[in-house]
Design a protein around this ligand. Sequence first.
Ligand SMILES: [Zn+2]
Length: 161
Amino acid sequence: MIIENRKVVAFHYTLTNERGEELESSRERQPMSYLHGAHNILPGLEKALAGKSAGDHVKVTLPPAEAYGERDPSRMRRIPAKHFNNPRRMRSGQVVTLQTQQGDSVPAVVVKVGRFNIDVDTNHPLAGQTLTFDVEITDVRDASPEEVAHGHAHERGSHHD
Ligand SMILES: [Zn+2]
């Protein structure tokens, strides 16, 4: 069965950056599933998988513009330390959740911990990186009418919402 719109595709992947460092892998968990043609995954990855079938291996390298975008310097924020619960315990590299004045939660990475201020970066952690996906397609099946209506894949036999 060929990957095209309205197929549910399961695959294992390993994600590496341009230095060849492994960032993520699905190998220790279930394969990832998505509904093809519904923009569930990065467009560049979806395009590379079209026309392939179960058992195929696909390696695709995506520049930042086709992955998580360029880093936006305006998304660096300096926040007074007193706005954090435990500023003395914060370390650079730590992921924190910021609350906006509108009440939204925004993930951010701590860049620098100063005495009075904490610098955080709200760019996507993979922004600005060229990413290589090493993919093994494990299954391709027809989507159910319900999956097509929802615009995403469901675990086999289960439902949610
Ligand atoms: Zn659903």
